[in-house]
Design a protein around this ligand. Sequence first.
Ligand code: G6P
Length: 476
Amino acid sequence: MKNNRLIIISYRLPFSFKTENKTTTLKPSAGGLVTAVKSLDLSASSQKPIWIGCADFTQSVWEKSKHLVNDDFEYVPVFLDKAVNKGFYNGFSNSVLWPLFHYFPGFVDYHDEYLTAYQAANQAVCEKVIEHLKPTDMVWVHDYHFLALPQLIREREPEATIGFFLHIPFPSNELLRLLPRRCRDYLLEGLLGADLIGFHTNDYLIHFLQSVSLNLGLSHNLAKVLYQDRGVQCQAFPIGINYGLYHDAYAQPDVVSERDELKKSYPGKIIFSVDRLDYTKGVMQRLDALEAFLQSHPEWKGNLVFILVVVPSRDEIQTYWERKQMIEQAVGRINGKFATLTWVPIVYRYASLAFPQLIALYTACDVAMITPLRDGMNLVAKEFIATRQDQQGVLLLSELTGAANELGDALLVNPLDEYEVADQLNVALMMPPEEQQRRMAVMQRRVEQYDVKQWANDFFDALAATRQGKRKNHVR
Ligand code: G6P
């Protein structure tokens, strides 16, 4: 099956361009999806895989600079109309689907125009897929931006092989039903155009099966939904990371010198967190917990630092830039309350980190405090685990992340309960090295075994199996 050409579709292409002083340079992004797809053994196929995504550059930049993109893929950028992209990305994707699927119904800002833009963007991407699609291709659609796309492709090419993977949670139907009926049916039917639908966890899978049953009256047998005379296989595939990349970075010279510098600057305990700026990440609640902790454990004052890194994200959306202000106020208030003339409890950075700095922080810290209010998986937790060649450090992890299903040896907490988080933070800081080592070893085995390569291969094999199944039915 791996001699079939792969067509990947995701909102972002794995690169962008930067133009400075009239010179354009390529900025590759080292996201998980790129690693995953590159790790698939597609060598049997004589054709390059195709990657279709929405361009964050203009057509003229692309024409002038596409020669810079020298890769194993053929890239196909889709140039959406500016207003369509706004309604599609800022609007329906990130102001409706994102908050709703992460259990923030109060943050949903639904407008019919957003849905119209979402439909237009999915249609535009569908046209590009159809332009390239051959009968033997395998199509793999990614994430909540393209819930409608599988069915759009199916209507044009009924025999196509289509897989879909959702990188965020699929919520309970109690959330989904808040959308207008026509909207939720459109999304569910859109997804059912696929042959295989993948989720991170069994909970998300069960929510989806319940939603198709409650909204569309469709039954399923062993997670195969019967829809328009086809079987749609639904399955959990928890995404992993490139374990080797993170594990091997521990001893890199630039990482070692950054780590030494950190340890010299912060001789006490180091608590670390890094997240994209997003209300789902629970940064405000984390700060509340830290405040409760400093209040109830004054013995730690002067003996620890919390390094809080927030990575800029989606800053055109009000709920995002408002969050930045809230976080900065809270950091200022807590530092003002507890700092002395020679010590501050929180070191805050609003920036994306270079890889060596990130690894230095993962490997210098005593506690990684990863407490989202909701997260489809959370790869930061897995990256932290992978980096710790020394098998030291404690993972304090929200039980409301997909990763918590796999990382039972973390200290699991309810991120909304600031007193529980504060108590567990103390447990983490006091944990003996032998216990840290025992827990870390178990989690490392899991993260190493089920890495991103395994994830991509499992999905791809399952998609290939749906195709073989269809063929057999044909022969009969
Ligand atoms: C989540 C989504 C991805 C998205 C990423 C960054 O992980 O599942 O699809 O690319 O956030 O968000 P952005 O809006 O910057 O692409």
